[in-house]
Design a protein around this ligand. Structure first.
Ligand code: MEV
Length: 334
């Protein structure tokens, strides 16, 4: 049995959404996939196809792992551990999810479970690959065990696990992966909006050296109490209006304003800012889409509104264009 869950692109509001401001976010047709089946050896096997990693633990070992991860996360909250040190291995995130789910729904396993994970969402690049993988596992497990899970159940389990990866996330990634569509997300709730009809590009500038958790922590250190989040909110409001009117001139104006704010909070590396300036000079607009980066010269996905003349510029930088479109459905069984 297989479940999939989509990745996402943030059109406006990354980082601001951590401070209770709105984000405009679209689920896109790149997916994480979880294949779930039974086995006879009373262990839980994870196979991370894209990382070429496997793990196999008993329920007892999973509970012990969970205890360690909860303690690590508490140390992170106390400022005693960096967010990267909470999860030591990629599959710890999914093992934590599995045992939290199993104990939460109080199922006693009478045989083992195999969970095979694969994704075509670029990892660590702002497209919500961790959240999509978590949601694909949850959707698959609820189906496998025949549970009547409500949207809040999926969200809550996904969000609890995502915290170990991203520190103090807003919840936007698991929400959008679960529900699909184009939404205005704020304080763990969202309003569904019509899918924007305007063409845009997603340009992959490469995997950032810093993680989402590190970017969020860095921004919190310098801007947690700054009035700048009101400016982010005003830009998201204007962008929403412009997108709904399909007014490209206005959309570009607010994308540029959004980029200036993101540059101010320090998540746009100089080399990416240079690329964005070139796009602007040729009449377009661009901004990072996701956490950005606080180290190195790559920043994951960049959202570009421009005509085809910018293709040459994009390839001059050695960046790749990704063709994506909206996913209206969210996590589901396939
Ligand atoms: C991550 O997709 C977007 C951030 O705003 C973090 C979050 O909302 O949890 C950078």
């Amino acid at each position: 049995m297989k479940a999939i869950a989509p990745g996402k692109i943030i059109l406006s509001g990354e980082h601001a959404v951590v401070y209770g401001k709105p984000a405009l976010v679209m689920a896109v047709n790149r997916y994480a996939e979880a294949g779930i089946s039974g086995n006879g050896d009373a262990r839980v096997h994870f196979e991370l196809v894209d990382f070429d990693e496997n793990s196999s633990l008993t329920i007892q070992a999973l509970r012990e792992l969970k205890g360690r991860l909860v303690r690590n996360y508490q140390m992170f909250l106390n400022g005693e551990l960096g967010i990267r040190e909470v999860l030591k291995k990629p599959f710890h995130l999914f093992e934590f999810l599995f045992i939290t789910f199993l104990d939460g729904v109080q199922i006693k396993l009478d045989r083992g479970v195999n969970i095979r994970l694969h994704s075509d969402i670029p990892v660590g690049s702002g497209m919500g690959s961790s959240a999509a993988t978590l949601l694909s596992v949850l959707r698959g497990l609820a189906e496998y065990f025949g549970l009547d899970f409500k949207p809040d159940d999926y969200f809550n389990y996904g969000f609890e696990a995502e915290k170990l990866q991203h520190g103090r996330p807003s919840g936007v990634d698991p929400y959008v992966s679960l529900h699909g569509g184009f939404v205005r997300f704020q304080n763990k709730r969202a309003q569904k909006l019509p899918m924007p009809e305007m063409p845009f590009y997603i340009v992959n500038t490469g995997v950032p050296q810093s993680t989402t958790g590190e970017c969020v922590a860095h921004v919190a250190e310098h801007f947690a109490h700054s009035p700048i989040w009101d400016d982010f909110e005003a830009v998201a409001d204007e962008m929403q209006r412009a997108l709904l009117k399909s007014d490209l001139v206005e959309v570009k104006r607010w994308v540029r304003a959004n980029n200036r704010l993101l540059t101010t909070i320090g998540v746009v590396p100089a080399s990416i800012q240079e690329f964005i300036s070139h796009i602007e000079k040729s009449g377009g607009a661009a901004k990072i889409a996701g956490a950005g980066a606080i180290k190195g010269d790559r920043a994951g996905m960049v959202l570009v509104f421009a005509d085809e003349s910018s293709n040459e510029l994009i390839s001059r930088y050695g960046f790749q264009v990704m063709n994506v479109k909206g996913d209206p459905l969210g996590a589901r069984i396939v």
